[in-house]
Design a protein around this ligand. Structure first.
Ligand code: PEP
Ligand code: MG
Length: 892
């Protein structure tokens, strides 16, 4: 261990960049102190001390001495001693981690009060009632948080005291009442904690410090960290700050303020003030606060000073700050500041406003927003102007605005949605059996469970609106109804669910499209009169991102409509066209014929029928993406996916047999289904393996691509087709397919007289492919990482099952903070990607590299792909703006 390690920093020693060590609160208190702002003097114990304490169960040896030295200095500065009988120094002991964890950890105020010093405080303040009230608060807070006494016991005693006096508010208790209450509180401590409330002020302080350390590891703090993805090993700092009082009369008070509106970003006076009160009273909502602007008439001098300080802070932090302050008898004190939370829309507006004010540059503006915020702005939302009837509120688990008829079981959800009804699936909680219902529903609403509950995880995975843990809802699935605060919602009643705010409304709330999507769709121009400030801000930020990003962004799209939307959203090509989607619907019959073919002739005939259809698909796609690359992947899924369900078909055949009504085709189908049945179809006959064992299948597709490209060239178009082979595990597979493909392309060249150029490459989606990427690159002009299958095969997780089965448990246990199917597992899957990139480029320096798994549109994963040097990411059309933004942020 480091001998010179310092565990305590005076507020004058730290700065805002030391958040790791001093926590957010401590670092910012130090920063404000150094800016010359009025911060009550104090010092901060580092997160390092907390880590030592949590590891060894004891304070580091040097800590007490360091605290003593700093306390001495503080006492000197303040001209009084901690707990001194006639003129006590009082301090607060507050937690403060690197990342804000509101209300999760401990804080104790008024440390230093005792049976002796309470009189000193009374004299100092000239207010006996105030002194006894402060003492009573100390015993209550200390008893509850440090000594673990049930807080209700104190609350009950307080209520009894008020009842006995027939008053309703705390302030109606006088000094004598509070003195009695203190006696009672001390008795509660003695009985419940088995010890006296400590009279030694230093003992109070040391116990409070340890209690703050320990509060890092309470269950609720752990749960919060897991949900917010805050690492569990950071520890908390402890801030010891001399007390100032906002409850010393009408010339005192406490408040919160923002340097600009956290909802709109507009500059102005935003905040609340409460006269004659302490911070806790504001949070507890004991009395109504007044708008901050009213402070001007209450205390002009403090108000003016506060405005000045807010300007200083904003210019210094170059960002929106939020502030907690206290006024003690006309003297303003700053208790906290930090860069403030804001809505997604405000984040974009503030970033551009600060650029215009010359406070930050464009690169910095990109860091002030993120893809998750942009995604949030792209969801349709409920019309703010609509009249609504709020039923209740839960956790905003998956954003969006969903309206539909209430249903209370998955069976009904599926049945109703099949007949064209929009439904909201309402359950107490969901489980894997509800999956069909969740897919069928517009939105999902549960009364139990948090952000990592089954409903929340699965809904987010599906991009479906979800509110979970709405505890006021009494869901009665048997009687198919729910009761919320007296209102009964029966099956079939309309409800509206806002997955961005967690609010649930009765009836149908009108939904308005997102103006940001209207803008991306080209239906609104940033320069137009009706374009709001938000659209202009998004427009500007996207322009910065596009200017600096190195990664290109392509779309996963299989038809012209999606391709055109993707183009409007800024796609620079198609990174994955899944051709299997072209074999569904009415073409399923042709595919059946292909599968059932007994002879070469039958098979060739089936392929001949498919060829013109495929060709037309590609012509449309190449036209939509004219001038930009289009990667077409040859058929990937196991063939049984194109055949009827085995159970359904068996029943049909059995019933027909019983009626002695033989259907030859069904019988042949059933045989084929049995023949193709696999225990592990995802590891079976699919991808390149199909191309190798079904003669003519891949060559038909290659011919369709080549002929379509030739047709587009004849029409003066500019097709840039690339042919991609899925599920390759070894270079030999690729070599065989490549040879056949080249032959077909040569034939088409000859037939059409057009000099076609078609790149041929492969997906890297099996561990073996990644491990032998150097060899595979010899036969591939490009790689596209299929991180869906790669994640599935690297972890051995079935991508179709695990998220609905055991991922909830894994997330709850903190095994990972987010599904590896959502955000790339950098250490495992990512390290294979990194190695394959290096090995591939070593073989073929101009190898083109992309990714087309779901991770291509995930913000964190985009940063990773930038870092490992891919050329592009490919994602679904709606995520393209997010990928562009994150690619810009990664490069800026
Ligand atoms: C992949 O595996 O990542 C991929 C893009 O292919 P698919 O999702 O179609 O299996
Ligand atoms: Mg795949």
């Amino acid at each position: 261990e480091n001998k010179d390690q310092k565990f305590v920093y005076d507020f004058t020693e730290g700065n805002k960049d030391l958040k790791d060590l001093l926590g957010g609160k401590g670092a910012n208190l130090a920063e404000m102190t150094n800016l010359g702002l009025p911060v009550p003097p104090g010092f901060t114990i580092t997160t390092e001390a907390c880590k030592v304490y949590l590891e060894s169960g004891d304070e580091p040896a040097e800590l007490r001495d360091e605290v003593s030295a700093h306390l001495d200095a503080l006492e000197q500065k303040m001209g009084k001693k901690l707990g001194q009988a006639d003129n006590p120094l009082l301090v607060s002991v507050r937690s403060g981690a690197k990342f804000s964890m509101p209300g999760m950890m401990d804080t104790v105020l008024n440390i230093g009060l005792s049976d002796e010093s309470v009189a000193g405080l009374a004299q100092q303040a000239g207010d006996e009632r105030f002194a006894w009230d402060s003492y009573r608060r100390l015993i209550q807070m200390f008893g509850k948080t440090v000594l673990g006494v049930d807080g209700e016991l104190f609350e009950d005693a307080l209520e009894e005291a008020k009842a006995a006096k027939k008053v309703t508010v705390d302030t109606d208790l006088d000094a004598a009442d509070l003195k009695k209450l203190v006696k009672q509180f001390k008795k509660i401590v003695k009985t419940e904690a088995g010890r006296d409330f400590p009279q030694d002020p230093r003992e109070q302080m040391d116990l409070a410090i340890c209690s703050v350390f320990e509060s890092w590891n309470t269950d609720r703090a752990k749960l919060y960290r897991r949900q917010e993805r805050i690492p569990g090993d950071l520890g908390t700092a402890v801030n010891i700050c001399s007390m100032v009082f906002g409850n010393l009369g009408p010339d005192s008070g406490t408040g919160v303020a923002f340097t600009r509106d956290p909802a709109s970003g507009h500059q102005g006076v935003y905040g609340d003030y409460l006269q004659n009160a302490q911070g806790e009273d504001v949070v507890a909502g004991i009395r109504n606060t007044v708008p901050l602007a009213d402070l001007e008439s209450i205390d002009k001098k403090s108000y003016d000073q506060l405005m000045q300080i807010m300007e200083t802070l904003e210019n210094h932090y170059k960002d929106l700050c939020d502030i907690e302050f206290t006024i003690e008898r006309g003297q303003l004190w700053m208790l906290q500041t930090r860069v403030g939370k804001r809505t997604a829309g405000a984040a974009f507006r503030i970033a551009t406003q600060l650029v215009d004010q010359g406070l930050i540059d464009e690169a910095e503006a990109l860091q002030r927003v993120n893809g998750a915020q942009l995604a949030q702005l792209m969801f349709p939302r409920f019309d703010d102007r609509a009249k609504t009837e709020l039923l209740g509120r839960g956790i905003a688990a998956s954003p969006g605005a969903a309206v539909g008829k209430a249903v209370f079981d998955s069976y009904t959800a599926v049945k109703w949605s099949r007949s064209g009804e929009k439904v909201i699936l309402i359950r107490r909680e969901t489980n894997p059996d509800d999956l069909d219902g969740m897919i069928a529903a517009e939105g999902i609403l549960t009364s139990r469970g948090g952000k990592t509950s089954h409903a929340a995880v699965v809904a987010r995975g599906m991009g479906k609106t979800c509110v979970c843990g709405a505890e006021e809802l009494e869901v009665d699935t048997k009687r198919r109804r729910m009761t919320v605060n007296g209102t009964v919602i029966e099956e079939g009643d309309l409800v509206s669910v806002d997955g961005s705010t967690g609010k649930v409304y009765k009836g149908e709330v009108p939904v308005v499209p997102s103006p940001v999507v209207e803008y991306f769709e080209g239906r609104m121009h940033a320069g137009a009169d009706d374009a709001d400030e938000l659209v202009q801000a998004v427009h500007r930020i996207m322009a910065y991102a596009d200017r600096v990003r190195r990664l290109r962004v392509r779309a996963n799209a299989d038809n012209a409509e999606d391709a055109l939307r993707a183009r409007r959203f800024g796609a620079q090509g198609i990174g994955l066209c899944r051709t299997e989607h072209m074999f569904l619907g009415e073409r399923r019959e042709m595919v059946e014929k292909l599968i059932l073919a007994d002879t070469d002739d039958e098979r060739e005939e089936a392929l001949r029928a498919l060829l013109p259809q495929q060709k037309q698909d590609f012509v449309e796609l190449f036209e939509a993406m004219d001038g930009l690359p289009v990667t077409v992947r040859l058929l990937d899924p196991p063939l049984h996916e194109f055949l009827p369900d085995i159970t359904e078909l068996s029943v049909r055949v059995a019933l027909a047999e019983a009626r002695k009504d033989h259907n030859e085709n069904d019988l042949r189908l059933l045989q084929a289904v049995h023949r193709l049945h696999e225990q592990n179809p995802m590891l079976g006959l699919r991808g390149v393996r199909l191309g190798l064992v079904i003669p003519g299948l891949f060559t038909m597709q290659v011919r369709a691509i080549a002929e379509a490209a030739a047709q587009r060239i004849e029409a003066k178009g500019d097709p840039r087709a690339e042919i991609m082979i899925p599920l390759v595990g070894t270079v030999q597979e690729l070599e065989i397919v490549r040879e056949e493909a080249e032959q077909v392309i040569a034939e088409v060249r000859q037939q059409t007289g057009i000099d076609l150029k078609l790149a041929l490459g492969t997906m890297i989606e099996l561990p073996r492919a990644a491990l032998t990427a150097g060899q595979i690159a010899e036969a591939a002009e490009f790689f596209s990482f299929g991180t869906n299958d790669l994640t599935q095969t690297v972890w051995g997780f079935s991508r179709d099952d695990v998220e609905a089965s055991f991922f909830t448990a894994y997330l709850e246990k903190g095994i990972f903070g987010v599904s590896p199917f959502e955000t790339i597992d950098k250490d495992g899957v990512g390290s294979l990607v990194r190695n394959a990139v290096e090995a591939g480029r070593a073989t073929r320096p101009d190898l083109k590299l992309g990714v087309c798994g779901e991770h291509g549109g995930d913000p964190e994963s985009v940063h990773f792909f930038h870092e490992v040097g891919l050329d592009y990411v490919s994602c679904s059309p709606f995520r393209i703006p997010v990928a562009r933004l994150e690619a810009g942020r990664a490069a800026a």
